[in-house]
Design a protein around this ligand. Structure first.
Ligand code: NAP
Length: 523
């Protein structure tokens, strides 16, 4: 490796997770850190997703950092430009710019078992770091389905998360593939501008109205002058969502009432019984993410918008062929087909203590300890890790819980002192996941009769947290050192020793365990 800078912490990504981590590190008195960002500006998924109509379906007063309140949110549900501007503002106000390294895509991170630190190769230079906080997020790498013949398509093709603003859709015949949270915002935003819009729907979503409105000048004034009004607003938004969790996690049968509301929402706009039938889901509401839109169904009722109630199967020149045989000729195809969530590409770029990648370690499914650390990857943690996603509330709440955990992790390392690493014990990872998966059994995500991106290739739900955000906050308040092996330079983990020498004896392991216990008590 060439000349490299050493830092206490390397944060990867500058979305909500990465910027939040940076603020939190500074608040902990740690200034020796960098934020490695692959793009040329901050913002993460809120920078990359700039499609027409892009907005958040969680109210802004809840979808923002508790430590960076914004009394001036202009609407109850903010659009992407405001959220992106908010993140830029956070980077400025909290003095994060000197730490941020733009155009520094991480190519590889390798754990050095001798020096107990991470070697990091990036597009902008190399680093070593005592700790890596990977905040690349689950919605960062777009997923394109493998459609035979797509390479023969003569027109324009792009993914919703990589919108080509130079391409003029006006007057074009456009296909939108997918009916997730992104597509239902794109369809009403472009319908009417394009000559004809065809939506390819493999599975209909449940859609509830979105009660978006401008936040009045008086409300904003109150939020500025009397901060408790803003806090009360946030508290109310949070509390309502906490109360809903039980229906998703324990009593999915209670969700029938919400299905009735969603059907009413559809019936208001869709008068054609055939179209209504095609748009009606056959699985329990909440199994897939519930979508919020008051414009989606009215857009589908337009005469210049067609629904193909079938997935895209094949492309023959400029003709799109659906699984049911429907053929549609178009000029442009917009894939709203989601992200690599359970197979995140960053996992291929992390090589742990035993010389294999995180992707290899997770080949049977993602597994972590408290959504943060992984067995075999000392001093590495992820923000929005496995089973930290939410079906109904603000991810910022979960991110802040993970930041608490990160802060305590670094604090513990400081207290232990010297060149030290914490390595998640496989038994602790196993226990945590067994508990999470046991709670998952009754949830609507597992029992609702759908497939979704919450489930991995083995059908296991490794993305959603099966509880309230309050519970997760308590579970991540502090690092339990009993769940970790403490490593010091020159002293090796039993797991590593056995990896190097398969015939390692129980005595070897016991010696290492004794060393660990001694260090633990010394702390
Ligand atoms: P998504 O929810 O993963 O949806 C992908 C869609 O593509 C699904 O409807 C899927 O159908 C469809 N699809 C895949 N291959 C297809 C094919 N060959 N033919 C037809 N359809 C196909 O992706 P997303 O809409 O980008 O949303 C991802 C996540 O981003 C959301 O769940 C949410 O967490 C976040 N998001 C949030 C907001 C917000 O307001 N906060 C807005 C946008 C996105 P199946 O359902 O049959 O698999």
């Amino acid at each position: 490796m060439a000349e490299r800078e050493h830092v206490r912490v390397a944060v990867v990504g500058s979305g909500f997770g990465g910027l939040g981590a940076a603020v939190r590190l500074r608040r902990e008195g740690i200034t020796d850190f960098v934020v490695l960002e692959r793009a040329d500006s901050v913002g993460g998924t809120w920078r990359d997703n700039s499609y027409p109509g892009c907005a958040c379906d969680v109210p802004s007063h809840l979808y923002s950092f508790s430590f960076a309140p914004n009394p001036d949110w202009p609407r109850t549900f903010s659009g992407q430009p405001h959220i992106r501007a908010y993140l830029e503002h956070v980077a400025d106000t909290f003095g994060l710019r000197p730490h941020i390294r733009l155009n520094h895509e991480v190519r590889m991170m390798r754990w050095d078992t001798e020096e107990l630190r991470w070697e990091i190769e990036t597009a902008g230079g190399d680093f070593t770091a005592d700790v890596v906080v990977s905040a690349t997020g689950p919605l960062s790498d777009p997923k394109m389905p493998d459609v035979p013949g797509l390479d023969t398509f003569p027109g324009k093709v792009f993914h919703s998360a990589r919108w080509d603003h130079d391409y003029d859709l006006r007057g074009k015949r456009v296909a939108v593939i997918g009916t997730g949270a992104s597509a239902i915002q794109i369809v009403p935003a472009v319908a009417g501008d394009v000559a004809r819009l065809t939506l390819f729907q493999r599975t209909p979503p449940w859609v509830l109205p979105r009660t978006d409105r401008a936040i009045s000048g008086l409300e904003r004034w109150l939020h500025r002058q009397l901060p408790f009004t803003r806090a009360a607003r946030r508290g109310l938004l949070w509390g309502i969502r906490e109360l809903q969790v039980g229906a998703f996690t324990k009593h999915p049968n209670q969700l029938g009432f919400i299905e009735a509301l969603a059907k009413k929402n559809m019936a208001r706009a869709i008068k054609d019984p055939k179209l209504r039938a095609e748009l009606t889901p056959d699985y329990r509401i909440g199994c897939k993410r519930i979508l919020l839109s008051s414009e989606y169904y009215p857009a589908l009722a337009r005469p210049d918008v067609d629904l193909v109630a079938s997935g895209l199967k094949e492309v023959r020149g400029s003709v799109l062929v659906a699984a049911d045989g429907t053929e549609t000729e178009v000029d442009a195809v917009i894939f709203s087909t989601g992200f690599h969530v359970t197979d995140m590409p960053i996992a291929d770029r992390v090589v742990g203590a035993e010389g294999h990648t995180l992707a290899e370690a997770w080949k049977d499914g993602m597994q972590s300890l408290r959504g943060a650390t992984a067995a075999g990857f000392p001093n590495w943690m992820t923000i929005i890790g496995p089973n930290t996603g939410l079906g109904n509330s603000s991810m910022i709440l979960m991110i802040e819980s993970q930041l608490n955990y990160m802060a305590d992790y670094v604090r513990q390392l400081n207290v232990l002192g010297g060149r030290v690493a914490l390595a998640a014990r496989p038994s602790a990872v196993h226990t945590w996941n067994r508990r999470v998966q046991a709670r998952m059994e009754r949830t609507v995500w597992n029992t609702g009769g759908c497939t979704s991106w919450y489930l991995d290739a083995n059908g296991r739900n490794t993305t959603v947290w099966p509880g309230t955000t309050g519970e997760f906050r308590r579970e991540t308040r502090a690092v339990d050192l009993g769940e970790y092996e403490i490593q010091r330079v020159g002293k090796r983990l039993p797991a590593q020793a056995s990896a190097a020498k398969p015939a390692a004896t129980a005595a070897t392991a016991a010696t290492a365990e004794a060393a660990r216990t001694a260090e633990g008590s010394a702390a």
